[in-house]
Design a protein. Structure first.
Length: 281
């Protein structure tokens, strides 16, 4: 088991914390970012000496992203794996969301992830090796009412990483998208945000997500510690797995919606082919 240095955004809670705790326990080194340095005081206190490097970072601040990433590579030297983990959920019908909520969701989940990866690319390219792990979700492959803007950011980052993987393979850089289903972190009941409500949507399936978050009664099936272990182990796989679907709910929803999309595409095959021009125009 090779020892590595990891750069992870959002290490104070959720998957970022699970990854960091497991990596430190196995002897790896972690460079972690948090919005508030005090939120990681307990991690710092428990970490072996010189094993945890921390920096304050809001991923919506592009200049700060570049400064922090550059400093991490300058101070730590080689970084083997970068993990773009910071993000949150925004739920409610598209019409109900405020303009400010939409901007913040895109700035954090999509633009923040893109700029974090872009900031690391020159360093990874010079190393001629490295691994990029981008957190997505089952919602990056399957869509549900009430999640339109969240899906927009996750479908967007999946397209970005799929194209990126083709661009950087020549430099020895691998890319993996992590697609967990519901996990027992604080994502659902602490970090997620809800839209204001319009009475007109009380009869819409979009309202279900409000009930789930407000009632706080459902228990997600996924074990985040098990998921973190699989993500860590994936760094040893060559080539890098393009996607990691984690959780029975993720597998079920993705399989169902991908199958439906493929069936719909097959039904349009003749129509699609009919629009080509002559072979020798």
């Amino acid at each position: 088991m090779a020892q590595r240095t990891w750069l992870i955004t959002g290490v104070n809670r959720g998957f970022g914390r699970h990854l960091t705790e497991q990596l430190l326990a196995r002897g790896d080194r972690v460079a972690g970012t948090v919005r508030d340095l005090h939120a990681a005081d307990d991690l710092r206190a428990a970490a072996p000496r010189d094993a945890l490097w921390l920096a304050q970072l809001d991923v919506t601040d592009t200049d700060a992203v570049r400064r922090v990433v550059d400093r991490a590579f300058a101070e730590l030297g080689t970084i083997d794996v970068i993990v773009s983990n910071a993000g949150y959920g925004l739920f409610g019908a598209a019409e109900e969301l405020t303009d400010a909520q939409i901007r913040q969701q895109i700035d954090t989940n999509l633009l923040g992830s893109i700029q974090f990866i872009r900031a690391a690319l020159p360093h990874l390219r010079r190393q001629q090796r490295g691994r990029i792990v981008q957190f997505s979700t089952v919602g990056g492959q399957a869509a549900f009412a009430g999640g339109s803007l969240y899906h927009a950011t996750k479908w967007g980052i999946e397209g970005f990483v799929d194209a990126l993987a083709q661009e950087v393979a020549v430099f020895g850089i691998g890319c993996t998208l992590v697609e967990p289903g519901g996990a027992r972190t604080d994502f659902r009941y602490r970090s997620s945000q809800l839209s204001p409500k319009l009475d007109a949507y009380d009869a819409s399936p979009a309202r279900a997500v409000h009930r789930i978050v407000e009632e706080r009664t459902s228990v997600p099936p996924g074990d985040p510690a098990k998921m973190a272990r699989i993500i860590i182990d994936s760094a040893d796989q060559e080539p890098a797995p393009r996607r990691l679907a984690l959780g029975s709910d993720a597998y079920g929803a993705m399989h169902r919606q991908l199958s439906e999309r493929l069936a719909a595409l097959e039904a349009q095959k003749a129509l699609a082919l009919s629009t080509d021009g002559p072979a020798h125009a």
